[in-house]
Ligand binder design. Structure first.
Ligand SMILES: Nc1ncnc2c1ncn2[C@@H]1O[C@H](COP(=O)(O)OP(=O)(O)OP(=O)(O)O)[C@@H](O)[C@H]1O
Length: 234
């Protein structure tokens, strides 16, 4: 069977800096795939390369077995590859409702109510985005990424800036919604415990290379990962 979304030996250089070298990932519907690694490991570069924001130096990206490596961001979004950013991308001056409806219109979403309800956004629909709590803004970011029934979502640190309780709730939402909607998710996150709790598979990057990949138990037990990254916390 053809995998939904594949990164094959993806490499990215910024001048002399090798930000990513030969990184492989396979994403499947309803599977949450975490990517962890220390600062500068190449996590954001990987999401940027998969979403079309950064040009790969070599390697291939495939959707349904068809190469899309050079396709631009907008083309990918319209074919069901969406992403969220490390920093919230809500428009501060709009209401939550206006912002979500605008994106729903653009991507022909027919069940905006379902997304809004699942993410507990009903009480803030008529509030201006800049006036709602930061944790709720992050839920609006997730809602925006899920609009249009994407087949693949690439989430860049959805828990950045959240307190522990909010982070737990956010990752539960990510997992539940990806399972319910059969979305293939790639989750980059610094909250390592959250990633181990949430993800079905995990890839660990270090200095732009894959240090380990597998299910959470395999990765947690991997000696290279413990030595280089998890330390005694494992
Ligand atoms: N635009 C750029 N120009 C040059 N080097 C860059 C650029 N963006 C990233 N890098 C370098 O590429 C490497 C990977 O960076 P990247 O931001 O992808 O790592 P990261 O794992 O997401 O880090 P963090 O956890 O701090 O967000 C780092 O060495 C970084 O300094």
């Amino acid at each position: 069977m053809t995998a939904l979304f594949v990164a094959e030996k993806v490499s990215v250089r910024y001048g002399a800096v090798k930000a990513l070298t030969d990184v492989d990932v396979v994403l499947e519907p309803g599977v949450v795939h975490g990517v962890i690694g220390p600062n500068g490991a190449g996590k954001s570069t990987f999401i940027d390369a998969l979403s079309g924001r950064t040009r790969t130096t070599s390697g291939r990206v495939l959707l349904d077995g068809v190469e899309i490596t050079r396709r631009p961001v907008g083309w990918r979004r319209h074919r069901g590859i969406s992403r969220s950013f490390q920093r919230t991308s809500v428009f501060g001056s709009m209401t939550v409702r206006a912002q979500l409806e605008m994106i729903a219109h653009r991507h022909r979403e027919t069940d905006l109510d379902g997304i809004v309800t699942a993410l507990d956004l009903v009480p803030v629909l008529d509030r201006v985005c800049s006036e709602i709590a930061y944790g709720t803004q992050r839920s609006v970011d997730l809602a925006m990424a899920l609009i249009g029934r994407p087949r693949v979502v690439l989430l860049d640190e959805p828990c950045a800036g959240l307190v522990q309780d909010e982070s737990v709730r956010m990752l539960a939402h990510v997992r539940d919604l990806c399972k319910e909607r059969e979305v293939a998710a790639l989750l980059v996150e610094h909250d390592v415990d959250g990633v181990f709790r949430t993800c079905d598979r995990i890839t660990v990057l270090d200095l732009g290379r894959v240090l380990a990949s597998g299910d959470p138990a395999e990765v947690r037990a991997n000696e290279d990962v413990v030595r280089a990254y998890l330390g005694s916390a494992a």
